[in-house]
Design a protein around this ligand. Sequence first.
Ligand code: B4P
Length: 190
Amino acid sequence: MLNIVIFGAPGSGKGTQSELIIKEYDLAHISTGDVLRAEIKNGTELGKTAAAYIEKGQLVPDQLIIDMLAGVLDSKKEAKGVIFDGFPRTIPQAEALKVMLNERGTDITVMLSLEVEEEELINRLLERGKVSGRSDDNLETIQSRLVEYREKTAPLADYYIQEGKYVAIKGMGTIDEIFASIKEVIDARK
Ligand code: B4P
């Protein structure tokens, strides 16, 4: 299976590049952000809990995310591979993902880290905020999301370097240019 973790700060282009990767390689897509937004829309208990964290720009607690992911993963059993978009975001999530995949006889193929300057991240998210209607695409919440990213998510790079799975991708430039770099990396590993 071709299992890809797409990693980067909020606004780095994870969702955008995931769409292109899925089309090219016919993979299943798991975006924890999308799953959480669907839970919020449906008014579930998980959605109500998650909304309080997302509105403040904080990460949703690990155990909630890990339990939610196990169910989603089982629904993609027949896929050729999965792109994990926005997950893992902490070391405990990465460790749980490794166990879940190993139990299913598979592992992560590669972790793609989209590198984008902070000023550009803020501009992209403010731009999206004009049309997205997302409660977290405003300047105050974006700044909290970037702090959470630096403190809890950025250290994951070291985890995947140690696993021999980390590849940095220049995330500045046009969407097509960035996708061309991603394709080179995937084609060399698949
Ligand atoms: P997400 O939905 O994952 O949101 P995100 O990190 O902001 O990334 P997103 O995918 O939306 O942005 P992208 O970079 O694609 O998470 C939302 C919240 O849910 C989190 O803050 C957290 O609270 C919670 N959550 C989710 N997963 C969790 C987990 N595992 N653990 C705990 N909590 C979790 O793109 C941004 C914009 O840039 C787009 O509008 C796009 O059009 C634009 N763009 C992309 N590439 C571009 C380019 N090359 N040039 C110009 N613009 C570009």
